[in-house]
Design a protein around this ligand. Structure first.
Ligand code: NAD
Length: 487
């Protein structure tokens, strides 16, 4: 059966989801479909009182269900049922997400949602295996490190992969025995509401996952500054991450995981498999139209292969066909909003004005909605915002080098260090450069995540603090208590 659907046929679960109930609320922020620009809904804004009710519901759910204190295998089993239920409802979730976001419905079912269910199982399996230790002390004492859940975790997610990002937050927090109040992006909130409803249907205690809708300024600030939110888990821009740190510092001290922006380089040496490199590089800006934190948008290429590599990349970029996200055949996404597309265009125009050339792209696409053509900028000035700023769109810049040290110098970004890519057949060089790159993830001869959820993800420098995925994400949702018993 085709996954294609009519966007007008979708019922939106619009409201806050608190204590297992959907509470309708007045829509305040106008929402437009990225695929065709049509206004279709308005997102409510939870004020401090609504956020307080959600946090209270989370605390009450922890108390009545004893979620953090039950035999850990019970949490494992409950989260497996949740993951199964997500898979069983993949189509409904995908439609809700495709309607408001940049994610095509076919990619959602095959990718984002399948992976989210898998990641929830991955974290569930840690609940009865990871943690607490007996430690060496002198024989007159007995030492232990107990680890325990925090209580209520406040999570905030961006619009670019709404369900995946919700899964990254919910999986480890719930497996580790916490309750969550989550605020999705005001541009893409509905699939997260449905996800929370599915949790209750699957038997998770009502109130364990609460969803508050709203913007960063009102709802996000109330959530991160709430006295009963014991830990903050955020994914979004570096600017919002800074604002959250300031708010937390102002309202009280609490641990934070911050997954922030990037401007990731991909270095290609002349000895690389150029066809493979071109595929990976083009793929990293074609996927979600470059709206990925790890998008490898700064190409750094050894001079002798510039012509061959750029023509292989251009061929692939020119194959992108715009399509509405509710068509199962669509593979190329729109930008999230008119504003975002305008920003992409302004940065490309500024680069052109300072001497860069668009080897391909550099324009809006002939399609309703907010599509921007995949773009390769050559001859860019190193100081141009196209090279220094996170564009969050389908724009690659190309710079060239003749020596390894020059490549590394170009790859280093003064503030970001999220991911980096490296293409070479020389294993020694690959390991040497991997060590030298300042990035939380380095991909060699590929440029994408795999389904090895054990690999943590997170940034160096201002790309973040702490990790999502991996054991690190589970442990970031537990706190440790040192116990020393005199015998
Ligand atoms: P954004 O920072 O504008 O918004 C992200 C979320 O934060 C939204 O829910 C928003 O409402 C909320 N928010 C904004 N200001 C806030 C504040 N002061 N207090 C509390 N909450 C606030 O980001 P975006 O435009 O939604 O997403 C794109 C950004 O996310 C890019 O910078 C991208 O690199 C980053 N991102 C990072 C990762 C990662 O793993 N490092 C993954 C995905 C996206």
């Amino acid at each position: 059966m085709s996954l294609s659907f009519d966007p007008a046929s979708i019922d939106l679960p619009n409201g806050h989801f608190i204590g297992g109930r959907l509470l309708p609320a007045e829509g305040r922020i106008a929402m437009h479909r990225p695929s065709d620009g049509v206004a279709y809904a308005a997102c409510p804004i939870a004020d401090a009182e609504v956020v307080d009710a959600a946090v209270a519901a989370a605390k009450a759910a922890l108390k009545t269900s004893n979620w953090g204190g039950v035999r850990p295998r019970e949490r494992v089993n409950a989260l497996h049922r949740f993951a199964n239920h997500i898979e069983a409802n993949a189509e409904t979730l995908a439609k809700l997400e495709a309607l408001s976001s940049t994610r095509p419905v076919g990619q959602l079912v095959a990718g984002d949602i399948a992976v989210t269910a898998e990641q929830i199982r991955f974290f569930a399996e840690m609940a009865d295996k990871e943690g607490s230790a007996v430690v060496p002390t002198d024989e007159a004492s007995f030492g232990m490190i107990l680890d325990e859940p925090y209580g209520v975790v406040g999570a905030i997610t961006p619009w670019n992969f709404p369900l995946s990002m919700a899964g990254w937050k919910l999986g480890p927090a719930l497996a580790a025995g916490n309750a969550v109040v989550i605020k999705p992006s005001e541009m893409t909130p509905f699939s997260t509401i449905r996800l929370a409803q599915l949790a209750v249907e699957a038997g998770l205690p009502a109130g364990l996952i609460n969803v508050v809708l709203g913007d960063g300024q009102t709802t996000g600030t109330a959530l991160t500054g709430h006295a009963d939110v014991a830990k903050v888990s955020f994914t979004g821009s570096t600017a919002a991450g800074s604002a959250i740190m300031a708010n937390v510092a102002r309202t009280g001290i609490k641990p934070m995981t911050l997954e922030l922006g990037g401007k990731s380089p991909q270095i290609v040496f002349a000895d690389a498999d150029l066809d493979k490199a071109a595929g990976a590089i083009a793929g990293s800006v074609l996927a979600n139209a470059g709206q990925a934190c790890v998008a490898g948008t700064r190409l750094i290429v050894e001079e002798s292969v510039v012509a061959a590599l750029s023509s292989a990349i251009i061929d692939r970029l020119r194959n992108a066909r715009p399509g509405v996200t509710w068509d199962a055949a669509t593979t190329y996404s729109p930008a999230i909003s008119a504003l975002q597309r305008g920003r992409i265009s302004a940065i490309v125009e500024a680069a052109r004005a300072s001497g860069a050339t668009c080897a391909t792209g550099g324009s809006f696409m002939d399609h309703p909605g907010y599509f921007y053509a995949p773009t390769l900028l050559t001859g860019v000035d190193a100081a141009s915002p196209a090279v220094t700023e996170e564009i969050f769109g389908p724009v690659l810049t190309m710079q060239t080098f003749t020596s390894e040290s020059e490549a590394l110098e170009l790859a280093s970004h003064p503030t970001y260090g999220l991911a980096a890519g490296l293409f070479t057949r020389d294993l020694t060089r690959a390991l040497r450069i991997t060590r030298a790159l300042e990035a939380g993830t380095v991909w060699v001869n590929r440029y994408s995540r795999s389904r090895d959820h054990i690999l943590p993800t997170g940034g160096y420098k201002r790309s973040g603090i702490g990790k999502d995925l991996g054991r690190e994400a589970y442990h970031a949702n537990r706190r440790s208590k040192s116990v020393l018993i005199g015998l």
